[in-house]
Every structure is written in structure tokens, then in C-alpha cells.
Design a protein around this ligand. Structure first.
Ligand SMILES: C[S@@+](CC[C@H](N)C(=O)[O-])C[C@H]1O[C@@H](n2cnc3c(N)ncnc32)[C@H](O)[C@@H]1O
Length: 151
């Protein structure tokens, strides 16, 4: 039964629809103290916007081709290959990530809502994350329909 010993994270989950909203959130959610893990960086277009605003950024993608190109295009940024579901490797970076940006193909669609929620839950439990921004129209619609009962 749930009790006061039950783990409760303090992470805020931010659902954005489309890359424009995803990138627009950077000004609000990233500050110069943040250690950021970006997942699904492709060749670093969003990484380039996050990088100057934070203390440290690791930008990652499952595709080694993307990461190779990202490193060639933006040598000042730290890029790594990472699968969004490989939490063990994310932990092996040895950093206390405070913000996470997730834009992974396959997770943005309407059939992926449960996968996105599960991913947010496990990521928030593993790191001292203040906010996770995810590109997911499905989560945004779902969040709009949720009401936290305060009666
Ligand atoms: C829409 S693109 C990302 C665009 C990028 N965020 C930007 O703002 O320019 C989606 C990326 O997700 C990556 N991806 C797909 N499956 C992944 C996974 N399981 N883990 C990490 N990245 C993944 C793809 O390789 C692709 O580069």
C-alpha cells in the first residue's frame, strides 16, 4: 500500500508539439547551472541552441552516422551515441543531469503515449532532474486533459 515512504520525484514534465515548440522551450527551461542530457539530437541543431545556455551538455543519438556528422559540424559540443532506453549507459556518463531534452523518432506519435510516460518515469527516478522536455503531441494532448484533484 502507498505510504509516506513511497518515492516521489519532483520532476516537471513538459510536453511540446513539433520542433518549433520543443526549441522554444529552451529559453524557459535551461539556465547556466544546468547539466543537460539531450536524446535524439540528430546532427545537433537543437544542441547548438542548448549549449550556450547551460553549464554542461551531452547531446546523444542512437545513430552513429548522425553523431559523426554532428561532431564534424559542431566540434565544441560533446556528442555521444545513446539509445534512449539504455539507462545504464546514460548513468555511466557519471553526471547528475538536471534537465533532459528528448526528441526521438517513434516516440512523438499517438501510439507511443504509454512508452513516453514510462520513459519519463524511469528517467526522473534515475537522475536529479528538475525538468524533462519531450517532443510528444500525444503527451501534450493527454496533459491538457489531466486534472490534479485538489479537493
Ligand atoms: C526528429 S530527429 C531529432 C531532431 C533533433 N532533435 C533536432 O532538433 O534537430 C529524431 C532522432 O531520433 C533518433 N532516434 C531514433 N530512435 C532513437 C533511440 N531509440 N534512442 C535515441 N535516439 C533515437 C534518430 O536517429 C533521429 O536522429
Amino acid at each position: 500500500m502507498a505510504n509516506e515512504k513511497q518515492y516521489r520525484y519532483r520532476t516537471v514534465f513538459v510536453a511540446t508539439r513539433g520542433v518549433k515548440e520543443y526549441r522554444a522551450s529552451i529559453n524557459q527551461y535551461i539556465n547556466r547551472h544546468d547539466i543537460v542530457l539531450e536524446i535524439g539530437c540528430e546532427w545537433g541543431t537543437t544542441s547548438e541552441l542548448i549549449y550556450p545556455k547551460c553549464k554542461q551538455l551531452i547531446a546523444t543519438d542512437i545513430s552513429s552516422e548522425c553523431i559523426l556528422r554532428a561532431k564534424q559540424m559542431r566540434s565544441e559540443i560533446h556528442f555521444e551515441t545513446l539509445d534512449v532506453y539504455d539507462l545504464k549507459s546514460a548513468l555511466s556518463f557519471g553526471l547528475g543531469f538536471t534537465k533532459m531534452y528528448i526528441d526521438v523518432s517513434g516516440l512523438s506519435g499517438y501510439r507511443s503515449l504509454l512508452d513516453v510516460i514510462a520513459l519519463l518515469n524511469t528517467s526522473a527516478a534515475a537522475f536529479p532532474i528538475q525538468a524533462i522536455v519531450v517532443k510528444s503531441g500525444a503527451l501534450k494532448d493527454f496533459a491538457k486533459k489531466c486534472v490534479a484533484w485538489d479537493g
